[in-house]
Ligand binder design. Structure first.
Ligand code: ZN
Length: 197
């Protein structure tokens, strides 16, 4: 796999709507791909990135709440499961795959998250604040859910034009041949699912 070819995909790329398959095995290639997600996330100034945002339909996401490579803690969550949610809080969110779009989303304030890290060690954390929001946003991605799906009706209205602009620029990339067809994207995704899922 050519790591330099990996990039963050944008709405309405079909892999963002794909339900990611649990990972059954991790090898050096997959480890390299996951590690390479960090520079992509930093470059885009994000705090979390799910694998399907780089067109990899597997159940893993990464976080670093400090946005900077030299600061904060880099975490990898493989096969994450959220449980024991508590409270509700509304806050503004954005997404590296939906550039230029922001809106308020209601989510549980505190959640428990269980997963595995890159070394196969179990992660079992109860998180709140920004951390809780990020892990819920990223687990949503792995289920093909985008934060814009969770906006209120007025929130959806407010971002409609920006969403339509992303849709038309995607169509444009398709027409000029710089974006593969849905079939080609699925075929490549299935290859990775068969190798690791
Ligand atoms: Zn996102």
């Amino acid at each position: 796999m050519d790591l330099s070819a990996l990039e963050i995909i944008h709405y309405p790329h079909p892999t963002l709507r794909h339900t990611s398959r649990p990972i059954q095995r991790v090898d050096d290639e997959l480890r390299d791909i996951i590690r390479h997600m960090f520079p992509l996330m930093y470059e885009a100034r994000g705090v979390g990135l799910a694998a399907n945002q780089i067109d990899l339909p597997l159940r893993v996401f990464i976080t670093n709440l400090e946005v900077e490579p030299e600061e904060g803690e880099e975490r990898v969550f493989i096969n994450p499961v959220i449980s024991q949610t508590k409270g509700i809080i509304e806050q503004e969110e954005g997404c590296l795959s939906i550039p230029g779009v922001n809106g308020n989303v209601k989510r549980p304030e505190r959640v428990k998250i269980q997963a595995y890290d890159l070394d196969g060690q179990a992660i079992d954390l109860t998180v709140d604040g920004l951390f809780a929001r990020v892990v819920q946003h990223e687990v949503d991605h792995l289920h093909g859910v985008l934060f814009t799906d969770r906006l209120s009706e007025t929130g959806k209205m407010a971002v409609r034009e920006d969403i339509e602009e992303l849709e038309s620029s995607f169509r444009c990339r398709r027409e000029t041949g710089s974006m593969p067809s849905d079939q080609e994207i699925r075929a490549r995704g299935r290859e990775m699912e068969e190798r690791y899922g």
